[in-house]
Design a protein around this ligand. Structure first.
Ligand SMILES: Cc1cc2nc3c(=O)[nH]c(=O)nc-3n(C[C@H](O)[C@H](O)[C@H](O)COP(=O)(O)OP(=O)(O)OC[C@H]3O[C@@H](n4cnc5c(N)ncnc54)[C@H](O)[C@@H]3O)c2cc1C
Ligand code: FES
Length: 283
């Protein structure tokens, strides 16, 4: 089934393959970076696609867990020491991610990927204005897109509950980006949600220009954003999160409701995780 956004981004058959842990370190509070040497996936994965990771050989947790890839270093990457590696930035939220924190360098993990449809870039030739909006750990899903489109002007909105939940600011500082930060408790930047922050800066975005907007975060955040970007000058995509059973389209455990009468339900893992905002039924 084609994706509802009719995207044309590259898609390859996923691999089920072993990778080796090269790094697993805490970056702050409940956030960690896991590096895995797995050249076949590192070579092919596109911004917004994801992997399913088998966290342990015993059956706890039984199901693989889905993760976006935060940074990838294909085998032809200039950083020789990282070639063939991919990095996940994960938040410890439950049983599986807690177990991930104990993974040691050298551990062999089984991965399936690249999975799903990633972000569709603006049409070429492009001098498009790009807006990236990330809530919590969602910002790591849009970061690879920013890296790939660093030649364009990027407006980046990063939000979290507290300053401990603000990620990737240093990464975005290295790119051609204007960064805005919000926290719900006011401990860093604007006080409020990342959607409030975006609205507070709305005057930057003029009616006569087109803006390509890419967002990832919790569903309530995306829903709030959907209500604010209905004007035609925002061409907007969201990367959705859902509980996943298989990750490759077989179990229908991850469906969301769409606005399409022919395909009223689509699978986040297969047709997504990236969808056009206008295709999702946000009610
Ligand atoms: C396409 C995709 C990409 C993702 N990328 C990342 C990423 O880059 N970094 C990251 O930290 N997390 C990411 N997630 C979320 C991640 O998969 C979950 O946090 C993880 O599966 C939780 O496993 P657990 O065993 O620790 O939690 P569990 O013990 O299974 O659950 C603990 C809590 O987390 C919630 N939860 C579990 N899974 C999800 C989910 N998929 N979406 C929303 N809430 C969930 C549960 O409702 C529960 O409240 C992604 C999810 C998807 C679907
Ligand atoms: S997780 Fe099985 S179909 Fe999406």
């Amino acid at each position: 089934m084609p994706s509802s956004s009719g995207r044309t981004s590259k898609r390859f058959m996923p691999f089920q393959i072993d990778g080796t842990v090269v790094q697993n370190r805490q970056i702050k509070s409940v956030y960690f970076i896991l590096g895995i040497h797995c050249p076949p996936i590192a070579n092919l994965i596109q911004p917004g696609q994801f992997i399913m990771l088998k966290i342990s050989e015993d059956h706890s947790p039984l199901l693989r867990r889905p993760f976006s890839v935060y940074k990838t270093y294909p085998e032809n990457h200039p950083a020789k020491e990282k070639r063939g590696c991919l990095f996940i930035c994960y938040k410890e939220v439950g049983k599986g991610t807690h177990k991930m924190t104990t993974l040691q360098k050298g551990k062999i993990l089984n991965l399936i990927g690249p999975l799903g449809n990633g972000f569709t870039p603006p049409p070429l030739p492009s001098s498009a204005n790009i807006i990236l909006i990330g809530g919590g750990v969602g910002i790591v899903s849009v970061y690879p897109f920013a890296e790939a489109f660093n030649h364009l002007k990027l407006f980046v909105f990063i939000g979290g509950k507290t300053k401990k939940d603000i990620l990737c600011v240093e990464d975005f500082k290295k790119l051609n980006s204007k960064i805005f930060v919000s926290t719900e408790n006011g401990s860093l930047g604007f006080r409020g949600t990342v959607v409030d922050l975006f609205l507070s800066q709305r005057k930057i975005f003029t009616e006569d220009k087109k803006y390509y907007l890419y967002a990832c975060g919790p569903m309530p955040m995306l829903k709030a954003l959907a209500g604010k970007i209905k004007s035609r000058n925002f061409i907007a995509q969201a990367s959705l999160e859902a509980r996943m059973g298989c990750g490759f389209g077989a179990c229908w455990g991850c469906v969301i409701k769409t606005n399409h009468s022919q395909t009223p339900y689509q699978r986040v893992c297969k047709e997504g995780p990236v969808f056009s905002f206008k295709d999702i039924c946000w009610d």
